[in-house]
Each structure stands twice: as C-alpha cells, then as structure tokens.
Design a protein around this ligand. Structure first.
Ligand code: OGA
Ligand code: NI
Length: 321
C-alpha cells in the first residue's frame, strides 16, 4: 500500500504554462486512464480563500452541526456500535447548489462571510472544472468545448457542493464514513482535510489512500465521463473510512450535466459499436439515487433499455449529486 501511495498522481497545474506542458498533459491523461483520480496543486484557486473556507466550515460544524450529528446517532441507535452497520454513513453534510440555481441564500446558519466565501469558491471551482474538461478534450482528441457542450443541455450544467464532516468514530471497523460508490456525474473537485485522512479508492483490487495534501484539490471522474469517453476513462470506486481521532472536513463539488443533457459515447472514440448506453442525464440520476452503493455496470446495462429506467426500484431518494 505504501508504494502505491507514493505513486498517487499529484499534478502541478502551473506547469501547463511552461516547457513541461506536454509531460503535464500526459500525467493527466495517465491519471484519467489508470486512476480515475488525481490531486492538483497550483490550480489557481487562492490558498488563502481555501484557508478561510476551511476555518469557517469547521466553525460552522462545531456551532450548528455537531449537536445534530450526535442526536442522529442516538436516534438511529448508533451510539454503541456492536455489529457492522451497512446502511448508514458516518457523516454530517449539507448541500449547496450553484447551478442552474443557487440555494446559498436559503441555507440557515451561514454567516455573510461564509456565504460570500462559498460563492467565490464555487465560482472558481466551476471555472477550474471547465478548464479541466477542455484539458480532457485535448487529451482525448475531442474538439475544444466538446465536453462542456454535452454537459450544457438546454439549461446549462448542474453544479453543487456537498459540505461534509466525518466526525471521530469510537469503532471504525463497524461503519464507513461513506460507503463505496462511483460518482454518477461528470467531474468532482474535492477540498479535503489536510490532516485527517480517510478517502480511499479501489485500484487493481486494493484500497489505496488519497493522501491529504495541504491546499490541493482532488479530482475524480464520474460515470458520465466513462460513458462519453466510451470507457477510455473510468469512474473509480471510492469510500471514506472512519477514524478514531480527528474530524475530517471534506468539501466535494460536483460538475455534472444538466438534467436534459443527452449523454452518449463520443463518436470519434467508438470503433464499431459501443458497449455503453445513450440516455438523458436525469434518467440516469433517477436510477442512481436508488442504487448508488452498487456497482456501476448494472446501471449502464439498465440504461441500455430506456423502458427499464422509469420504474427501477422507486426507493426514497437521498439528496445526491
Ligand atoms: C462523495 C464522496 C468523498 C469525501 O461525496 O461522493 O465520495 O471525501 N466524498 O467526502
Ligand atoms: Ni464520491
């Protein structure tokens, strides 16, 4: 495991502006093909903005969320963990929507300063996501703007942020911070705690840590990019482990297609016939919300038959990107 951590792809995005551009593009391509994940430094988002976001997110949790989390534990009987719990995640979250419409002003208990910083952070992450999509296009031989255009649909992309804290857990063997899954959408940009670890991805059958790295943004690819790239890039299973000590902050932003975006493998990446389905993104999300913690392959299979998609397990949906 140690050796694999060392190889985890860390990419200095500022090198795109110099003579190491080609190597940097190749690193990104390799990470997309073989990891589904990479970590960015010098990504252009000011480090002092990230420091402020971190400080305020931690304060907000202490002030407004921690008590609620403890009440949730009591109400769900999780204050003693004697047997493995497989249907609940050990996390405290709230959701910010940026696009197509913001809910930033409807969220209770956020200070003006926190709201303003989150708005700024969201806009910068949105720009970074779009910049990255164009880098992916370049690596894939797709015309500039191709992915952005696919994601746009008629209403523009969906962009949101899940603000999470993973509190310390007395018995980490019994429950996950977040159960293993692949992300449904497009590109995910994660600002994770620089001290408390926990995020792991599945690589060649082993769980590998995504190492905390101060001021980095962790990128991973969702199911839609796997479909559009016809499997050249893959969405990768990941999970969050609970820890005995420390509270792990994680701010995950999801740059996803708009609800009516039509998703299909890019023609230039398909040889004969694609193994992947074509569908409207919202139909995929309806399916995903009930089967998020199951493997993606049956989802892709189910989407091949459009008739199946409307009535698969109408499970009560949790909010999910
Ligand atoms: C997610 C996710 C990881 C984390 O919300 O989909 O994988 O570290 N989060 O919070
Ligand atoms: Ni995820």
């Amino acid at each position: 495991v140690m050796e694999k951590n060392i190889k985890f792809p860390v990419i200095d995005l500022s090198k795109l502006n110099g003579e190491e551009r080609d190597q940097t593009m190749a690193l990104i391509d390799d990470a997309c093909q073989n990891w589904g994940f990479f970590e960015l430094l010098n990504h252009g988002i000011p480090y002092d903005l990230m420091d402020n976001i971190e400080r305020m997110t931690k304060e907000h949790y202490k002030k407004f969320m921690e008590q609620k989390f403890k009440e949730m534990l009591r109400s769900k009987g999780l204050d003693t963990l004697e047997t493995e719990v497989e249907d609940i995640d050990w996390e405290s979250t709230f959701f910010l929507h940026h696009l197509p419409q913001t809910n930033l002003y409807d969220i209770p208990n956020m200070s003006d300063e926190y709201r303003t910083a989150m708005k700024d952070f969201g806009k910068r992450l949105e720009n970074l996501a779009e910049e990255l999509l164009d880098l992916l296009c370049e690596n894939l031989g797709l015309e500039k703007g191709y992915l952005k255009k696919v994601f746009r649909g008629t209403k523009g992309p969906t962009f949101g942020t899940k603000v999470s804290n993973y509190p310390p857990c007395p018995n980490p063997e019994m429950i996950k911070g977040l159960r293993a899954h692949t992300d449904a959408g497009g590109l995910i940009l994660l600002f994770q705690d620089d001290k408390v670890s926990g995020l792991q991805l599945l690589k060649d059958g082993d769980w590998v840590d995504v190492p905390p790295l101060k001021h980095s943004i962790v990128i991973n690819l969702g199911d839609q990019l796997e479909v559009i790239t016809n499997g050249k890039y893959k969405s990768v299973m990941h999970r969050v482990m609970t820890q005995k000590e420390g509270n792990r902050m994680s701010i995950a932003s999801f740059y996803n297609p708009g609800s009516d975006a039509e998703i299909s493998p890019a023609q230039s990446l398909v040889d004969k016939e694609s193994e992947y389905p074509s569908f409207v993104f919202d139909d995929y999300m309806k399916l995903y919300s009930g089967v998020k913690f199951q493997p993606k392959e049956p989802r892709f299979e189910a989407m091949k038959n459009a008739a199946v998609t409307t009535d698969v397990n109408p499970v009560a949906t949790v909010e999910t990107f």
